[in-house]
Design a protein around this ligand. Structure first.
Ligand code: FAD
Length: 469
């Protein structure tokens, strides 16, 4: 079923129970992302990689390569240094450093983190193998004897071996086929061990690395880089979210049924007008009940904040999202964010096309509210069943206010294919619009592919998939 809807004139402010009671205080929009921040971070990381390689080469004692075991020991130092540096980069990619995250988006950072992760793990395994071979050749002993001697005589090597074991275990758990079988929470807790592994690795490199032993300057620089990384993680993942959450004092005021298994959670807080957030962004939400406090889950805002109210909307399918439907009013809420580059700042053209698959409508609804009139937005909502259509009146009104069009596409993928021909028919000028796509992974992938085929260039294609793994 394809329907083109018009507004009935109701207020989109149904985001809050009290909307319309009084004029809400002016809201603080998010600042525009600064590309320079991401470019600078990229250059710094590149310089760090070059410096690690240079350090391993220049601190190699003269003539050591021709000595017995020299080549293997050198390769061991090189792979060890570059491997630990890349492990540090992996942590930085997930540190949620706001000025960089805002430009790149957490989904893209997570993807880079995932693609990078096999490298440090493989390099560190290679490091362990090369060093053992090198030392065995040097001591003219067998490999087994050398392994025993390294583990028995050097406590730092033992710690580093445990660290490597942890990294390999996390790496294996992150392989897609295995990852899919694990609960997200199990996988997340396993990931925490990586921090422990890195702490062991750090101590070991300083105590035994040829680039550091007897080189106080490189020791100082290396320690500073690690301390800065740890500082960024602590500040951006713990300190700032806690400070912000305490300041906002968010509490649940209402849980509202929006559709068959779709519920909105409305929160109220202090000074929400100071929260810099854009439509399309998400927070990591932590609801402080006895069973939920330890689980942080990403959910987009489904409307711009209307101080003192904030709204998120969930499809209640899994453990966490289902538990949210029973939240009692007054429940305290901690948030981390806002995150995401899926905002009006990403626009490159005047006009916009917004496409939502299923629950992806949440981020799209907030983004639409944030778009100017000139965007003349066309909104396509793709759902399987009529009862999955939510925010119909809100969307219709927001679209009407901007002189745009709303199409509701209801039906199965076979009944209602979302291919290039149907997309072009619905939005003939698609190639001249910014295209924003939001929804489940597969949906986002398929739609962006189709839009590319219809001539939408990459810089005008913006997407948020509801999955960070
Ligand atoms: C940027 C972003 C925005 C999102 N916005 C919304 C939204 O507005 N409304 C909505 O209903 N859903 C949204 N989601 C999806 C939502 O986060 C997951 O569906 C939710 O975490 C599932 O938890 P669960 O316990 O209910 O389900 P589960 O059955 O435990 O998980 C279902 C799926 O969600 C994934 N998942 C579980 N926990 C997390 C987590 N902490 N972080 C990332 N993925 C996780 C699992 O890997 C699995 O693929 C969003 C996801 C992302 C990444």
């Amino acid at each position: 079923m394809t329907t083109t809807r018009a507004a009935t004139g109701e207020s989109p402010g149904t985001a809050t129970p009290a909307a319309g009671d009084a004029r809400p205080p002016a809201r603080r929009p998010g600042s525009a992302p600064r590309r320079l921040n991401a470019d600078l971070a990229g250059v710094l990381l590149g310089v760090g990689l070059g410096a690690s390689v240079a350090l391993a080469i220049t601190t190699q004692p003269g003539g050591s390569l021709s000595a017995p075991g020299g080549v293997a020991t050198f390769l061991g130092s090189l792979t060890g240094l570059v491997g630990t540096y890349l492990a540090l980069v992996m942590v930085l990619l997930m540190a949620r450093v706001a000025p960089v995250e805002k430009v790149i988006g957490q989904d893209r950072l997570a993807r880079w983190h995932r693609r990078l992760s096999p490298w440090p793990i493989s390099l560190l395994v290679a490091h362990a193998v090369f060093i053992t071979i090198g030392y065995a050749e040097q001591a003219k002993s067998g490999l087994g004897k050398e392994i025993g001697s390294l583990l028995g005589s050097y406590p730092d090597v033992l710690a580093a071996t445990v660290s490597l074991g942890l990294m390999v275990a996390v790496g294996i758990a992150s392989i897609r086929a295995i990852r899919r079988r694990l609960r997200h929470e199990t996988w997340w807790v396993l990931h925490l061990y990586l921090y422990l592994a890195l702490a062991f690795a750090f101590a070991h490199v300083l105590a035994l690395g040829p680039a550091f032993v007897g080189h106080p300057l490189t020791q100082a620089v290396w320690s500073l880089v690690w301390a800065a990384t740890a500082g960024l993680v602590v500040v951006y993942r713990f300190v700032l979210p806690v400070v912000r959450s305490v300041r906002l004092g968010l509490r649940v005021v209402e849980v509202r049924k929006e559709g068959d298994d779709i519920y909105s959670v409305v929160c109220t807080g202090r000074r929400l007008e100071t929260l810099p957030v854009d439509g399309g962004q998400f927070f990591i939400w932590r609801f402080l009940t006895r069973h939920l406090w330890w689980e942080g889950h990403p959910y987009s805002l489904s409307a711009l904040p209307a101080p003192p109210y904030l709204r998120l909307t969930v499809r209640a399918r899994g453990d966490h999202s289902r538990a949210l439907t029973g939240l009692a009013p007054g429940t305290r809420v901690f948030v981390e964010g806002p995150y995401g580059a899926f905002t009006r700042h990403a626009r490159r053209r005047e006009r916009a096309l917004l496409i939502a698959g299923g629950i992806g409508v949440t981020a799209l609804r907030a983004l639409l509210e944030d778009l100017p009139r000139q965007a003349v937005p066309v909104v396509l909502l793709r759902v399987s069943r009529p009862e999955d259509l939510v925010f119909r009146e809100e969307l219709a009104l927001l679209v009407e206010q901007r002189g745009g069009k709303l199409h509701e596409l209801v039906g199965s993928r076979t009944d209602l294919p979302f291919d290039a021909r149907s997309l072009k028919k619905l939005v003939p000028d698609i190639a001249r619009r910014d295209v924003f796509v939001c929804g489940p992974d597969g949906f986002v992938e398929a739609v962006t592919r189709t839009a590319s085929r219809l001539g939408v260039p990459n810089e005008a294609l913006h997407h948020e998939a509801f999955s960070l793994s």
